[in-house]
Design a protein around this ligand. Sequence first.
Ligand code: ADP
Length: 305
Amino acid sequence: MSEKKPGTGHGRTDCETCGEAICSSKIHKEGESDEERAERQALRRRLCQIDHKVLVLSGKGGVGKSTVAVNLAIWLATQGKRVGLLDIDIHGPSVPRMLGLLGERVRSGPDGMLPIELGALSVMSIGFLLGSEDSAVIWRGPRKMGAIKQFLTDVEWGRLDYLVVDTPPGTGDEPLSICQLIEDADGAVIVTTPQEVALTAVRRSIDFCRALSMPVIGVIENMNGYVCPKCGARTEIFRGGGAERMACECRVPFLGRVPIDPALAGACDEGVPYIQRFAESATGKALDGVFRPVLTWKRPNRNAE
Ligand code: ADP
């Protein structure tokens, strides 16, 4: 799939990738050691080869963040884009299962770790480094941060149109470092469910993005109602609702709703690329509708932020 660009490893000191005169990697930051600068340049060189970086965030776990990240990445690939999917959810990497890649291990290339290629989609998950799906990661903060940084720097993506990043839930140290490390991200897609507790969490996520000058591409309300596959009757499972109202109050785009669909849950469990296989289903169309604005999203001018 994607054409690999040679020679982007740690050994070089100049960022030759973007050719920009005022590339941030060339600037010495105050108090930065030579080693820190070299690490920053290596990360910058890697990320320069990727046109768009989209973070998928959620204020709390279990709302469907990984489901959205996986299907967004597949959907972008079906739109003719070269896409990378990076699963950096250290405590619950579910991408290997959702894409039928359980048991895959990281392989090394001449210039870093090689992602697994699935057609136009390249996939890297922290889960590929763990022993089994049941292995718990018991790492202290600095080790987690180191792993995240290494993942961002060392994966040989080659040139990509989009990198979709499945981040750990919440607003703690891990999403914070990802937002800081991917300083030129296009923005964040925030996933929530209709319950009040999830909506409160998503408000925190929006605040978090604001504090970090991370643009919010929009909010997706997942698991909104259940449509019976036999009779078509719709039942609200969670009380509350209001993601659209909340997005409006916070002045961020609302991307739309995705229903609870047992077929989507089953596809995630069985490693079936739902949006590709069931594009014509009601849920497939709902996913298409919430993903389409990502393709047309333009990162706001930083000087205007
Ligand atoms: P998170 O990444 O937020 O922890 P996941 O994406 O892992 O959440 O989803 C949690 C569970 O909910 C998974 O079993 C997934 O298959 C299921 N799920 C997510 N969205 C839906 C949906 N719209 N309909 C049915 N099941 C869903």
